[in-house]
Design a protein around this ligand. Sequence first.
Ligand code: COA
Length: 338
Amino acid sequence: MIGVRNGHPARARMVALGAYVPDEVVTNDDLAERIDTSDEWIVSRTGIRERRFAAPEEASSDLGIKAAEDVLANAGIDAVDIDTVILATTTPDHLFPSTGALVADAIGARNAAAYDLLTACTGFVYGLAQGVAAIEAGLARCVLVLGAEVMSRILDFDDRSTCVLFGDGAAGALLVAGDPDQTAGFMGFELGADGGRGRELIIEGGGGRLPLGEHPTGEACYLQMNGREVFKFATRAMVDSARELIDSLEMPIDEIDLLVPHQANVRIIDHAVERLEISPERVYNNLERYGNTSSASIPLALVEARDEGKLVPGSRVLMIGFGGGLSWGSAIGHYEPL
Ligand code: COA
């Protein structure tokens, strides 16, 4: 990537979407054969009915490559034209090289800067903000923002309240520099983080504080969560973040065509929908089929909303993410396919 401010303002335009989910479907009944749970408990507490698990040889980059190829096929552009790949993930293949760099190489994005964004489930919204900022500052013209996850690798199947929630998948969006006179683009973002409550949702090991060489097994390798606290945080963060953004734009909520929230728990989403007073017909959910795919959940929902005709050219979308950090973020932007 070479970024040179050239004095010509551009507006970032979200022109294409794509996704990939692994083949293996794991139903709640499948999980009930492995752990002490039931379809009734999982559906009533979360809304999730099934999720996908990656094959043993598949890692986040493998899923990300297929999602990226789908984005490019939908955009009709060549990978050499991408100048930045931002890959949000909770489950990078390695600490480094970045999974973003591995995906960029595999798809032939040889002119791209590439990196990973570790903001857990809020990663896609953060990634959009960075991509939009890079384009509108004149530092990039074509940015691929992906979320790619193999959450099944970090689940502790001895912790039944957490392992039933997550699934694997990858999805993303392509942002390009558009003419400000012809592109509605993104209207704004609200992003935040509270590291003081970071331990409520954590993978403790594998970094510099708790190297896995010294602690190779046990719960430090797995996602640990205080479910009740995260539930309370999520319900509040979704509403506060979205409301702050909408209010600062002085935009009535009925000017939002579609709300695509992070797909963690249907009870969290229903609470936010009620508080935000947005009509439920304008809300897209697909978590019953995928569970929580972390950074992939919002773009995966965007793809399916598009395929079902609920996201159409020109749709104004409110996306709300929340997750580990603790972090949160909202974005309002338009879907404007080429
Ligand atoms: N199957 C059956 N029973 C289960 C269970 C499971 N998978 N998991 C927990 N239980 C049991 C508990 O052991 C507890 O039993 P007890 O009362 O005999 O002790 C009971 O169900 C209630 O547990 P509780 O933790 O109070 O359930 P809950 O209604 O708070 O739901 C979560 C638990 C995890 C579903 C909920 O807290 C949640 O969704 N939190 C947010 C998680 C999230 O979205 N995280 C990702 C953010 S990005």
